[in-house]
Design a protein around this ligand. Structure first.
Ligand code: PMP
Length: 305
């Protein structure tokens, strides 16, 4: 991924893609204290626009705050920089990856004495769980790995180190022939996917785990709440057990990368009709209308680049 043309914004300036490098003694590389975002820009009739740029950038700053890192740029500067990266790479629709990390001034667990850095890269990235997954639904496995407890790593920080848990769960599931993992919290209640929030539909009501199960406060999750309000569908945040997912009418994952991906199977048990369900399809359609600028009610969620 590193050997290609393009520009990456690094500590305040656009640098050539191949030159966006850091030292091997970078603190974050050794101890995992860093934070990132996943953001998408979509093609709209008014031009390329970044979806919920402010909320993603605020979450990046909050992640850094939780990790006691001070990003040396203002929120506005980081928002402007994301627009600049999309423009500089002449991207029509893309995924953006801002990342903040600790420098290489010193090692040792204490990060004191290290500088804080920020980079933003952007590249085209299609459906995270596949185009077919968006249409037909994916097959999911309950992970043997427990999701982070809320007082072990900080679950509301999109921290670099939190993703070892996601990687282990995803590798276990995909090596077993599934598309993605679903993780349970330390009490055995459903938390989230390796990189997605989870929703189920039962009797026309939509349910999702409350954040005490250690799930990230997903921006797509919040978008689904708005969509459901508009569609007159009630959403309940509550504790969910894995067998509630087995007997749900429908289930789906949400995320910036995953968008709205139906789940057709969990642990080889078919969910509902084993296909994208009608409520999921309605929500998915409404989601793509919003991100592609076809719903004027949410125009303020789209920032033109
Ligand atoms: N949970 C995890 C662990 C994630 O990595 C993501 C992706 N950022 C999500 C949930 C969904 O969050 P969002 O909708 O803000 O992308």
């Amino acid at each position: 991924m590193s050997d290609r043309d393009g520009k990456i914004w690094m500590d305040g300036a656009l640098v050539d893609w191949r030159d966006a490098k850091i030292h091997v003694l970078t603190h974050t590389l050794h101890y995992g204290c860093g934070a990132f975002e996943g953001v998408r820009a979509y093609h709209t009739a008014q031009g390329t626009a970044i979806f919920r740029l402010q909320e993603h950038t605020e979450r990046l700053f909050n992640s850094a705050k939780i990790l006691r890192m001070k990003i040396p740029f203002s929120l506005q500067e980081v928002m402007d920089a994301q627009r600049e990266v999309v423009r500089a790479n002449k991207l029509d629709s893309c995924y953006l990856r801002p990342l903040t990390w600790l420098g290489s001034e010193k090692l040792g667990v204490s990060p004191k004495g290290n500088t804080v850095h920020l980079m933003i890269a952007a590249w085209p990235w299609g459906a995270y769980l596949g185009e077919e997954g968006l249409r037909r639904g994916i097959r999911v496995k309950t992970s043997s790995y427990t999701r982070h407890h809320v007082n072990i790593t900080m679950t509301q920080a999109k921290a670099v180190s939190n993703y070892t848990n996601s990687i282990l769960a995803n590798m276990e599931a995909t090596e077993d022939g599934y598309d993605e993992a679903m993780l349970l919290d330390a009490s055995g209640f459903v938390s989230e996917g390796a990189g997605e929030n989870l929703f189920i539909v039962r009797g026309g009501t939509v349910y999702t785990p409350d954040l005490s199960a250690g799930a990230l406060n997903g921006i797509t999750r919040n978008t689904i709440f708005a969509i459901c309000r508009d569609l007159g569908i009630s959403v309940v945040e509550k504790r969910i057990t894995r067998d509630e997912v087995y007997v749900a009418d429908e289930a789906f994952f949400t995320g910036t990368a995953a968008e709205v991906t139906p789940i057709r199977e969990l642990d080889r048990i078919q969910i509902g009709a084993g296909a994208r369900g009608p409520v999921t399809e309605k929500i998915q359609t409404a989601f793509f209308d919003i991100v592609n600028g076809r719903n004027p009610k949410y125009a303020e969620w789209l920032t033109k680049v």
